[in-house]
Write a protein that binds this ligand. Structure first.
Ligand code: PRP
Ligand code: URA
Length: 211
């Protein structure tokens, strides 16, 4: 489903894998694999506007002009930690993409993001940038990440998340209406601790086996 710049995924494979992710009995190893697979399936959509150029290729039959991806100006930028789990899925589609990192964690009391790292590939202003984070809850983290990328000169930014809360999606789209947002599933709402319901719990802890 598309609503302006927001694309809510409805593919049965993505929905099935998200249900497996939600299950509290899904262990770290399977959880990681599922996050990677979902990112790859969602990446197929998010990269559907990559520019093409024609090159000449000789088939066993004849020479022809045929399209290939133009340029190599893609950057994948995970929001640490949980966004890291999605990177390999996107790199499986575009192995030459560069990878940046943005370090943010949510203060457990205020739920506000705290910055601790930012390293982006040059020239960031020429790249299509895919920011990844499995969870869009209050929207504070992704809005901060986009602000940081903009401050470094990034222009064309897309955001990919596996589960979004309506509150966070609203904050993101009202703050940055020009950003294309790819959502695996739109959940019901946030609870009093700003966790997504029904959600999947703490994505970083489930990917990395911490608590
Ligand atoms: C989680 C998640 C997002 C953020 C979403 O990270 O991966 O980055 O919370 O919440 P928000 O939309 O309310 O900002 P967390 O702060 O738990 O850090 P971690 O990935 O290092 O565990
Ligand atoms: N971060 C998570 O990992 N899960 C949530 O539900 C909200 C924020």
């Amino acid at each position: 489903m598309e609503n302006g710049n927001v694309f809510i995924n409805s593919h049965p494979l993505v929905q099935h894998k998200i249900s497996m992710l939600r299950d509290k009995n899904t262990g770290t190893n399977e959880f990681r694999k599922l996050v990677e697979e979902i990112a790859m399936l969602m990446g197929y959509d998010a990269l559907s506007d990559l520019p093409l150029k024609e090159i000449e290729v000789e088939t066993p039959i004849e020479k022809c002009m045929t399209p290939v991806i133009a340029g190599r100006k893609l950057a994948v930028v995970p929001i640490l930690r949980a966004g890291l789990g999605m990177v390999s899925g996107i790199l499986a589609l575009t192995p030459t993409a560069k990878v940046g990192h943005i370090g943010l964690y949510r203060d457990p009391e205020t739920h506000e993001p705290v910055e601790y790292y930012c390293k982006l590939p040059d020239p960031i202003e020429e790249r299509t940038i895919i920011v990844t984070d499995p969870m869009l809850a209050t929207g504070g983290s992704v809005c901060d990440a986009i602000r940081m990328i903009r401050e470094h000169g990034g222009v064309k930014i897309k955001f990919m998340c596996i589960i979004a809360a309506p509150e966070g999606l609203e904050r993101l789209t009202s703050t940055y209406p020009d950003i294309q947002v790819y959502v695996g599933h739109l959940d019901r709402q946030l609870n009093d601790h700003a966790y997504i319901m029904p959600g999947l719990g703490d994505a970083g802890d489930r990917i990395f086996g911490t608590k």
